[in-house]
Design a protein around this ligand. Sequence first.
Ligand code: A2R
Length: 307
Amino acid sequence: MPKQPLLILGPLMPYLIEELGKKYEIEKLYEEKDALGFLQANAGRFEAAVTSTFTGLKADMIDLLTAVKIVSSFGVGTDSLDVAYANKKGIKIANTPDVLNEDTANMAITLLLASTRDIVANDRFVREGRWAKGEAAPLALGIEGKKVGLVGLGRIGSVIADKLLAFGCEVVYHTRNKKPDVPFRHYENLVEMAGDCAALIAILPGGDATQGVISREVLQAIGPQGTFINVARGTVVDEVALVELLKSKKLGRAGLDVFVDEPNAPTELFALDNVVLQPHMGSATVETRKAMADRVVSNLDNYFAAK
Ligand code: A2R
């Protein structure tokens, strides 16, 4: 049987390209010199396409994919994909939730510990020879017994909560809907929760609906002794306020894996010792990225098997 044609919209990890190539006749749109011309001539051949949270799927692209019925996306976030418009045009969107819960949660915990224990600043302190010269590094902060607030308690947030319990933290959370089946206190008011917590962890979806949910007021409420961790999306926080408050130490510490204008993190943060920066690595382990890739393939397989 001939392989189904499959249009790949943007770069993917080599393993995924290889796996897709075993089952599908793949066409890499991003390698076409004239992508628009290619689509105008060939779009009718493709019932399926693959994208990622990095490449996204905007309305103008959806309009060009005239025969596509399924887009399988690499990543859990759908904020860079116009899902509503795709669905309106009869296109199903598949993503890769769950398989990245553990590693993204581990990134949240890593950033929390790295920030509160000043791991990166102290690494510099040793390398710069300041320890050897007799200087003393300032005392860091512990997390045991501290209240940690989760903004979002879905698939990933719930795993973070379990891990925080193992560190002896008290977990509280803010979501739009109180969960009936969790033992943690729910806060309707995010500013109030931020004021009560030693640390706040953002783990909610990005997109218009959550733009700036972590506002200046929320960040101020976390305060000079507090820590803010973001493993969600850069857009969920007022990034201008975040930079200002970290610089003035009105917000104590931050651990940030995500930014508004990736791959650009605000350069003012580079000189600060009270922030730990990561290049959007939440799910970026060998094991999890392979599992996500396998999910992209199985989502397509299930579609063609009509599941
Ligand atoms: O608000 P609810 O009850 O729908 O709870 C969801 C919460 N959430 C919000 N919390 C506060 N304010 C909002 N405006 C708001 N919108 C949504 O975020 C739910 O507890 C959580 C999302 O959970 P899941 O859909 O299971 O997402 P998952 O897999 O945990 O991933 C979250 C995000 C991804 O979309 C990527 O952007 C990132 O983590 O990797």
